[in-house]
Design a protein around this ligand. Structure first.
Ligand code: NAP
Length: 231
């Protein structure tokens, strides 16, 4: 079996996910770049060096998730790192008191249930090797301590994702699998817009750090710039 660690990144075809793929591949990991459109994934992967494989992955589709994890088991026999990066910000300008609940449902489906579904599918494979790094890409907008109005679907989905980090970390503590939430900061991507303060290289730094933590690294935490932040 190849001794290189295998990492799966959802939403790896653009933005922060693509940069996480780049940095993990540069660190020598085998990277599975998840993309719901395989063509876009292949185009994105052409810009990367190292061992990068494109895999179709729509986190809202249970079959897509199950098929992918089974194929990873068959082809690689291991999964060491999962970066739950895929996400949508679909309710900018919306208020909580007049929210379109269909939009809320869509955000929860991608940002919360998508990560939940993929993590549930991945953990059995990680357990077999007693090693895993699960990184949930959250946001300061999901922090309860600083919760304000606006973008309620996005905020609630990320607060839920943070809760999931705590639940999973607690349930698999001591198995060698570390689970953390990270906030990448405000990053220049399609979602973050050109006005954002950070380049993708900086936005991907803490996710990659959390994906490559040593065995005595933290679990069940929320980090920005590699430092703990308030939930
Ligand atoms: N940018 C920021 O300032 C910022 C700040 C805090 C947190 N974040 C978080 O960081 C993560 C990445 O954000 P980004 O700025 O890179 O966003 P982005 O440029 O909009 O990219 C989002 C990625 O998620 C994918 N995606 C969306 N729904 C999906 C689904 N159902 N299945 C699989 N992939 C799906 C998209 O695929 P398609 O290309 O097919 O649409 C795309 O690859 C998100 O979780 C976001 O909430 C971003």
């Amino acid at each position: 079996m190849d001794e290189k660690r295998v990492a799966l990144v959802s939403g790896g075809n653009r933005g922060i996910g693509l940069e996480v793929c780049r940095q993990l591949a540069d660190e020598g990991l085998v990277v599975l770049l998840g993309s719901r459109d395989e063509g876009k994934g292949r185009e994105a992967a052409e810009k990367l060096s190292g061992e990068v494989h494109v895999r179709r992955l729509d986190v809202t589709d249970q079959k897509s998730v199950d098929d992918l994890v089974s194929s990873v088991r068959e082809e690689f026999g291991r999964l060491d790192v999962l970066v739950n990066n895929a996400g949508v910000a679909n309710d900018r300008g919306q208020s909580g008191i007049e929210a379109d609940l269909d939009r809320v449902r869509d955000a929860l489906e991608a940002n919360l249930l998508g990560a939940w579904r993929l993590t549930e599918a991945a953990i059995p494979l990680m357990r077999e090797d007693g090693y895993g790094r699960i990184v949930n890409i959250s946001s300061g907008l999901g922090a309860i301590n600083d919760m304000g109005g606006g973008s309620p679907a996005y905020r609630v989905s990320k607060a839920g994702l943070n809760a999931l980090t705590r639940i999973f970390a607690s349930e698999i503590r001591g198995t060698g699998i570390l689970v953390n939430s990270v906030c990448p900061g405000w990053v220049r991507t399609d979602m973050g817009t050109e006005s954002a303060s950070r380049p993708v290289s900086e936005g991907a730094d803490t996710p990659v750090w959390a994906a490559t933590l040593p065995n005595n690294g933290p679990t069940g935490g929320f980090f920005r710039d590699r430092r703990p932040i308030e939930w």
